[in-house]
Write a protein that binds this ligand. Structure first.
Ligand code: FES
Length: 190
């Protein structure tokens, strides 16, 4: 896997944007958001590993969940450090993190929209709603708005199949979605 540093260390270049422009403001917000992200270091890695027996089997998932709680996502540096602690190849840890859509490998926006596109929601129009949300926010699935307000994710069933299409925004569930409903829901999250 790549060993490049995370986005946090690659601030968005605002130099080409005109001062005071919307693009410049958005880039500044993005940089501020990234600057606030926790830095991967021994203390936070200790916090992730607290209470875990590093030699135990089957702790990869709980360790990744804790890492996401601590960092807000799974930074590459954390994958490398945790793999050392667990004495497993980083590729293994990274493979698990990429397999489950609950894990975020990039610093997300303030609000995470998780739209279910599994079968039951799909036959009720989830795909076109995904396009609608993406168009409305100006991002593709998996992307984050430039102002860091929203991240849009496609997820598997969230247990609301009878009331689809369904999505979560952060920890809130929203059911029987329509474009109009989505407009109202998104306007509530700042
Ligand atoms: S298929 Fe969408 S909530 Fe179950």
């Amino acid at each position: 896997m790549k060993t490049t540093v995370t986005d946090r260390k690659k601030p968005v270049k605002a130099a080409k944007n005109k001062p005071g422009s919307a693009a410049n403001k958005a880039a500044k917000k993005t940089n501020a958001r990234k600057a606030k992200a926790p830095v991967v270091g021994p203390e936070l890695i200790d916090r992730v590993m607290e209470g875990f027996d590093a030699s135990a089997k089957d702790i990869v998932l709980p360790v990744l969940r804790r890492a996401q709680d601590v960092f807000g996502y799974i930074p590459e540096e954390a994958v490398l450090e945790l793999a050392k602690r667990l004495k497993i190849p980083p590729a293994h840890l990274y493979g698990v993190a990429t397999f489950y859509d609950q894990f975020l490998l990039k610093l997300p926006g303030r609000n995470i929209v998780r739209l279910c596109t599994n079968v039951a929601c799909n036959i009720q129009g989830a795909e076109s709603l995904m396009d609608y949300i993406g168009g409305k926010l100006g991002i593709k699935r998996g992307g984050t708005t430039r102002d860091g307000r929203f991240t849009l994710l496609e997820v598997e069933c969230i247990g609301a199949c009878g009331s689809g299409p369904a999505m979560m925004v952060n920890d809130d569930f929203h059911y029987e979605l329509t474009e109009k409903k989505i407009d109202g829901i998104l306007s509530r999250y700042r």
